[in-house]
Ligand binder design. Sequence first.
Ligand code: FRU
Length: 615
Amino acid sequence: MPGFKKTILVCLLLLSACSYLPNEPATENISIGFSQLTSNDLWRQTMNAEFERFALLYPEVNLEIRDANDVSAQQIKDIEYFINQNVDVLIVSPKEADLLTPVVEKAYKLGIPVILVDRKTSSDAYTTYIGGDNVEIGRQAGNYAKYLLNGSGRILEIYGTKTSSPAQERHKGFIEQFAEDERFEIIDGGDGQWFGKSAEKVIREVFEEDQAFDLVYAHNDVMAEAAFLVASELGIEDEMFFIGIDALPGKEGGAQMVKDGKLDATLRYLTGGRVAIETAIAIANGDSVPRNITLKTALINSENVEIYQNEEERIQEQQKILEQQQQAITDQLLKFENQRLLLTLIFTLLVGAILILLFLIRASRAKRKINSELKSTNNHLNRMVETNNEINSVIGHDIKTPINSTLAIAELMADSLNDDEPIDKEELQNFSSIIQVSIKSISDLTNDLFNWSRIQAGDLKLRKEHFKISEIVDPTVDLFETMTSFKSITIETIYENDFEIYADKHIVATIVRNFLSNALKFSSKGDTIYLTCEEINDGWSISVKDEGVGMTEEVQQKLFHKEFHPSKVGTKKEVGTGLGLRLSKKMADLHQASIEVKSILGKGSTFTFKVPNTV
Ligand code: FRU
């Protein structure tokens, strides 16, 4: 069933088209591993939050942050983990330059792009560095310190972890400003390790020995604040300036410390989360990125702190709006995706339902076909059984009689050979006629049986041709010569004219033969049978009229029914199953012609075969 296959194909195409329903542009996932040295201070927490916030803006980004808890050994393990994960981009903010260098180099040499943020390693084996310029920040701090000290002074420098790159660079930039200037003295206040608590400890130790400082320069705000608090405890906070670095916005941040008068200045040190995520995506997409991305810095003091805070607040608000919008977009996308899934599901179900429907239709068609085949086989079988019964009954009934009479005559003839009185000529003639009539009727019956089984099996096909009507009628009448003389019956053939017909010769001959045979059967000695061929209104007809016994109305009605077996025997005791007339009716039907019967009991019957011209 090619149509069915075509429909399945169309359904499958529609189904596959379904996967082309509007979808988000297909992007490869990008895995980013971020090794954070610690998350124990506000600056790092701000940094992590920024990473996460911006990673969320890019659905293709899978960001994993690992916190080393300010332990270099742990950070090495974290980086090893990311190497094993074969992340697309590795971001590291290394706690200590030297200690972290080998593992970062390893990742880089394995082909993993490495972004260093805020802090550096001691090697060049990295893809890009993102962070503030710590040397420059140191310079600006030095510059401002110089300005505050107004010509001379003693400076206490509190370091961030000395083995970390920002501490080294912030120191480097700062002292550059005082190089070979003997009016200024810079005292190493020790390693505050970037935390307020650890810085407080070293500052106390310093102040126990020496308090004569004009300025405290700490490498970040929390350490500068610790110095201010210790100085306040000692009541010497007004005798010195305090400079820190970071300038985080917010209540806990360095800007607020300036506003609160704790610090005299702080330098903005951006966390760089947004830039780091954007750079990682660019690298993963194969774009080239600069080797160094320097984040801007700015000095915040009492004069500009308010503007800075307002500006920061505005930025935060905008950021919030942006995030809300992003959230709305994400929600919308999610809704859209759900709708798309639903649509795909509905579509799939629909296609499935269509396929099932088609399958059912096909199955029911096949069933109907099988049923009709079964029915026709059944009909065929029934017809065969019927034919078989017919044959049995004809053999048992119609054929037996002429055979028996032929046999009886043969026996008589044989006996007469042994008799003293041989058969005379007249008797012999009579015997010969009986034999001929019997053989003729056996031959007719055999023909009828043959035709009957062919008709029942649907084997008998119409074969029409043009011929003169006498061509078939005359030879058929001739066949009855012996029989007519045996019964002293005359057949009178009447042609108005010998017209041409278009018909099946075999069918016409069989019908005429059966009409005559029937007429002869019921005609008595001296009767005449009239066979009339005539052109009628829009066709032609052949009728056979006898002067025989005729039939009742009831018999006429049943004449062609298959259950009907005429009980009447012929005038010479001929028997019959009525097969000849039923065969004639079937043949007439095949020829789309009709058979009409007119009969009056005791007066005779007329059988007419009427053929319309149109067929
Ligand atoms: C946070 C911090 C910052 C400082 C930076 C230097 O952990 O100490 O305060 O600016 O690290 O790496």
